[in-house]
Design a protein around this ligand. Sequence first.
Ligand SMILES: [Zn+2]
Length: 382
Amino acid sequence: MKISRRTLLKITGFSAVAVAMIPRVAFAARNLLRNVRTGVQPGNKTRLVIETSARPSYEISYPTNQIVITLSNTAANPDLSPKMASGTLVRAITQAQSGDTLKIIADLTKPAAEIPRDSIMLLSPNGDNDYRLVLDFAAASGAVAATTQQQKTTALSRKYVVVIDAGHGGKDPGCIGKGGTQEKNIVLSVAKKLKTKLDAAGFQTYLTRSNDTYLKLAQRASIGEKRHADLFLSLHANANPSRAMKGFSIYTLSEKASDEEAQKLADAENAADKIDVSGFEQFDKDIRIALSSLQQHAVAEMSVEYANGAASAFKRAKITQQPGPDVRHAPFAVLRSTVPGALIELGHLSNASEEKLLKTAAHQNKLVDAIVKSVRAYNFDV
Ligand SMILES: [Zn+2]
């Protein structure tokens, strides 16, 4: 059978039928190697581009005369022949699968200088391209280039990136409790505490807003994209016509809501964009087009996995849960991106006792600690 998985996906689209036709691999890889190519860059640099179907989790090492890129939970592509430009440092490229790890080994004519971390590019899908890991490197200078039999392996493992989105802000207060508490202030306070604790736990975090400003939903999502986030957490607090209703609830993106209540909530949260309509609609559209159904499937799967873990962490912390399923789904505009993530409703401002609770530092810390646990427990690598 010579038809590649990619060709098959192109012909059939990602559907139950297509999945059934694909030869089974020994593990359920979340990522597929799509393409490898080399090119020449200014400054006598070699460019190596590795294209994958989903956001890659990678390490780079530099054995003598090689660059090895190790991709977690990625399937080799036996039909792939790398496109090799002439005049680069790369002599040959091979793939080596070991369990669910795929090594891409570039044999070089000379040892390469280590690539500074901040010059490694990870590009999100656009047009005909999937995710691209772009490595530009030059030959190592002088002493380093001397022939040595010793292997020099420096694992370059990056920090996982979490984008924390405090909902609403500025002219959009979000929901308002009977005691006058505004959602935008509660979630900003929790977001800042969460950032501090996740930073301390070794994550690289970014806030979509760090003060009382208004941002459109697509702008928030685009921050996740630009920061190459591994996880996107949108924090909110809820209101319900029934003042007795209380508890947290957790949501992931789906175009169809899991229930009527989830749809109503998505409508309410999405209404934030109706306050000011300009500018970012195109981004939203582009992202939706760029996401192949296979990527959407992978992102949704990872999001649900995170959300389930988050619900468990909240319950273990004995935080009151809103009655209903642990994780619900709805078309939240803020979650529409290539970054796995969830929207967390921390509690109900419409409930008098919960409104009081949400204002206290003690309860905010309890919420933050549960979220930190859920992020630590999330398996970023697979
Ligand atoms: Zn909200």
